[in-house]
Design a protein around this ligand. Sequence first.
Ligand code: SF4
Ligand code: MSK
Length: 650
Amino acid sequence: MSENISICPASLPMLDKAKNEGIETVFDRSKEMKTCPFGSVGTCCRNCAMGPCRVNVKGETEEEQEYGGKVGVCGATVGTIAARNFARMIAAGTAAHSDHGREVVQTFILAAKGETPGYEIKDEVKLKAVAKELGIDPQNKDKNKLAVEVGEKLLTDFGRQEGELTFIKRAPKKRQELWKKLGIIPRGIDREVVEIMHRTSIGVDQDYRSILHQGNRCSLADGYGGSMIATALQDIMFGTPIPLRSKVNLGVLKEDQVNIIVHGHEPLLSEMIVLASKDPDLLDFAGKNGAAGINISGICCTANEILMRHGIPVAGNFLQQELAIITGAVEAMIVDVQCVMQGLPRIAKCFHTEIITTSEKAKMPGTIHFEFHAHNALKIAKDIVKRAINNFSKRGKVNIPDESIDLIAGFSHETINYMLGGSFRASYRPLNDNIINGRIRGVVGVVGCNNPKTTHDFSHVTLVKELIKNDVLVVQTGCAAIACAKAGLLTPEAAKKYAGPGLAEVCETVGIPPVLHLGSCVDNSRILEACSAMVAEGGLGDDYSDLPVAGAAPEWMSEKAIAIGQYFVASGALVVFGVTFPATGSKGFSKYLFDEHEKITGGKWAFETDSIKMAHLMIDHINKKRVALGIDKKPQRVLYDMELRRELKF
Ligand code: SF4
Ligand code: MSK
């Protein structure tokens, strides 16, 4: 039975164990849950107390649905309701990434002021580069003073009422002009989220095109605001990732050590936990408690953050958070914000595991709360680690699946630049050249979550294998990256085994995997940066929408994925989602997203649940872009005679 639930070799035995011991997991709850047929297609409105109104109309055409079909009590049509719901998902996703970004900026400023022991400004090169972008002269400035200036300037992006977000300038000129013409350049991050909530409340914006107009503006506040700021300052504070080797899957848990799993999103806490786990006193204390060491691993995006910068192993992705506890080997699961299931404490009760919440914003009944504050972060981290060590002796029977595999991570935008161009002439030229000469067909970002409505990891792995087989270089973030890492796709060796001949040749020459791990969900902003660099390098058009690229989230579940998808669509990309699409109840609005929107920003959404078809949807799109760029034909090989050689100019 478990085989249909997951393809992950470590998850299957844990699912069997759960079944045998009568432990309920997310997979059981998903099977039992009768999802609402209105809500799942975006046509249930509960924005006022005259409803909830469910308007799953059956009309064949948009006209039948919008003008002759069932409407809400206030008269809201199905298109308005679907668009309002969709826009609210964008707002929620943007809020999540941006509130994360805000925490990072505030801690960054405190760190630079020397008020947060444990944190420091690590990457001065990136600090100076960002300062220059912000119009701050870094010359002869103390790094901490400079960091305060940078942090305070970026903090204004959150509350700004007019003007433009700072990092909008990272987009190609032509794209910025288009956004300006359309009126979708975000003013301030918070303002765009608030405006969506206002416009989508009863009796305000009642035109799905207008609602999505604000959806575009808000999503850009995520991509070029909250997410991009978080990535930039995290890199400066904790170090810009460079390629490193590590391990992934539940087999990274160690039977003879204290196992601490960090789970959630913000690296502010996990960085300190990593630091605390190396403390000689705590290591000594672990020894006295019979443990051979302190083993830190991660789940979800926290895992990606500490993997990218420290090579800390990854225990699993979103759907493995409960399964990790079922190993019986986890002393503490330390959580902060986002993607933390409330099912955790119920499962933890069956074992000795303690769930430790740390954010003032995210509390859970049945857990222990150690409130995390930046000014004494290291002390709190040490207290938490000590508590986990104390728990080691309470362990019962342990079943750690013997499943873990190597992966390479750490591909920041800067790293890709250096790896391809060399440290003296960092450049995207070789990538562009290999796209132009056809060795690499194009680039696809495969990102996002797991969803128990579909076989765990299957769509990610199937999609990515099909893409690389067709010479498409894949870049990944989030739980998607963890899924493919578990399938062995994030190693240089995977190129020879799975990639098409062109991509394999490039990977072999440069020494990179065919699938590059770029980090956590906020690090999707690295993909935007990489696309900007590709345009700036030349030869592939002068806007994002000219590039032979696309994006996909085949197993998405979070509102954050919709926000990410929308900022790529607003940036001119084709974005394909699997599992379900929360707007298909409205013929008009879904036609707008899937088709008409391309005429506005050059980008559009698509929905496809079959991973192979999804891959070919994107490959066809990439092929069309290649034709438009005039790079669809292999350059003809010319045999030069002496006369032709003499004409050659060097
Ligand atoms: Fe119903 Fe309109 Fe109220 Fe929504 S806003 S619940 S459609 S009456
Ligand atoms: S953690 S948002 S399940 S990718 Fe970023 Fe994974 Fe999706 Fe959470």
